[in-house]
Write a protein that binds this ligand. Structure first.
Ligand code: F6P
Length: 414
């Protein structure tokens, strides 16, 4: 009997507002290309190791479900932060994974994730070559951090940037309307451990009717607390309401994170050795409050910024869907050990297309904001930065509203 053509897809790392649009792109394309079963790993490779998976046709029954999936934030299948050991360190784990793949008659393995997740694609595709397995391994980019190499940008970034820019505008309006003749400082804390793409996106709040944030601090630039205080004091001579955007990953000259200065900082470290970062804005707001003696407020966008699908960018949703489909096509045509990328084809009007690169050049790499896209003082982004991000937040993808709230597609487990 001929071997079944099955495909398996997983989601990994921090979710985004559009990671499920990529999943929808994988599912639809796989079905159109005649794959028999489309399996979903539950909680990525970590769940697969426990044989946790679903047949996606038990979850997605119509084009309407696909549309709903595209509008659902967070990882529909569940995510994980799991680092595979080096092949020589633990070959048994690879044997186990490949025996599960063989049992499910998997031909193609698609993983939607960021740079840490691409390490999984790299290792599995290497192992398949070494051991002569025929399965194809493809990566689909995803991260609000926008820090993957060789792709113009990553799905998830545009929607998070749109939410951040819109929220920054709203916070600025709120602050301006606040107290008569009273000073106030607001500090916004934005995700992106080592890359300031999303923090820089607050600059998009600068529009005809809004001045935008007053200062923007990215993790790429060493943070100097004294200079920061001086700058804020200078600004306060000119205006009474100040809004400052800071990255969660701001670091001091001695390598410590600013959030580590706070006694309340958590010590949790994930499988990739990343510290949980939170508290930068709170620390700086308390610091300024004590030094300047005015009202301060810290706003940590936290997971809101990666789950705000009600503010999704249509460009982002469409591109996320496109790269999911492109990975299936590539695997079906025999590619392996690669990640789909987004190429910017034109700026005006903006156009993009899917390309493909060797995952070895992408895994574990971080693309940070170039120094020339940050001003000399290191406290704002340049026009080039803004021109780069602007097309990515365009268009809306309205949620399906039920009883006044967005409707989501959720996994049904027996
Ligand atoms: O991987 C993306 C990301 O959203 C980072 O910006 C952030 O530092 C991290 O995830 C937070 O992850 P977690 O929710 O697991 O703490």
């Amino acid at each position: 009997m001929a071997k079944k053509r099955n495909i398996i897809v997983g989601q990994s790392g921090g979710p985004t507002a559009v990671i499920n649009s990529s999943l929808a792109g994988v599912y639809k394309n796989a079905k159109e290309r005649g794959f028999h079963k489309v399996y979903g790993m539950l909680h990525g490779i970590q769940g697969l190791l426990d044989e946790q998976y679903v047949d996606l046709s038990t979850q997605i029954h119509s084009d309407m479900d696909i549309e709903l999936l595209k509008r659902t934030p967070s990882a529909f299948l569940g995510s994980c932060r799991y680092k595979l050991p080096e092949i020589h360190e633990n070959p048994e784990i690879y044997e186990k994974i490949f025996s599960i793949l063989d049992k499910l008659e998997i031909e193609a393995f698609v993983y939607i994730g960021g740079n840490d997740s691409m390490d999984t694609i790299k290792k599995l595709s290497d192992y398949a070559i070494i051991k002569g397995h025929s399965q194809k391994f493809l990566g689909v980019p995803k991260t609000i951090d926008n820090d993957l190499a060789l792709t113009d940008h990553t799905p998830g970034f545009g929607s998070a940037a749109k939410y951040i820019a819109a929220s920054t505008k709203e916070v600025i309006r709120d602050a301006l309307g606040l107290n008569y003749k009273k000073e106030n400082i607001i500090i916004l804390e934005i995700m992106g451990r080592n890359a300031g793409w999303l923090t820089g996106a607050t600059a998009l709040a600068r529009t005809e009717e809004c001045e935008g944030p007053d200062l923007i601090y990215l993790p790429e630039i060493v943070f100097d607390v004294d200079k920061f205080l001086k700058k804020v004091q200078e600004l306060m001579k000119k205006k009474s309401s100040i809004v400052i955007a800071v990255s969660e990953g701001l670091k001091l000259a001695d390598g410590r994170y600013v959030c580590e200065l706070s006694a309340a900082n958590a010590d949790y470290v994930d499988a990739f050795g990343h510290k949980q970062l939170a508290g930068t804005a709170t620390y700086l707001a308390n610091f300024l409050g004590a030094k300047i003696g005015c009202k301060t407020r810290a706003i940590e966008f936290s997971t809101l910024q990666r789950s705000a699908s009600h503010m999704a960018s249509r460009t982002d949703v469409d591109e996320a869907f496109m790269v999911g489909g492109a990975a299936v096509k590539a695997a079906d045509e025999g590619d392996s050990g690669k990640m789909v990328v987004i190429d910017r084809v034109a700026d005006d009007p903006y156009m993009s297309a899917a390309g493909i690169y060797d995952v070895h050049r992408i895994a574990n790499n971080e693309k940070v904001v170039p120094r020339e896209w940050v001003n000399k003082e290191g406290n704002y982004v340049t026009e080039e930065f803004i021109d780069y991000v602007k097309p990515l937040i365009q268009g809306d993808y309205q949620p399906f509203m039920v009883n006044g709230l967005p409707q989501h597609l959720v996994l049904k487990r027996k």
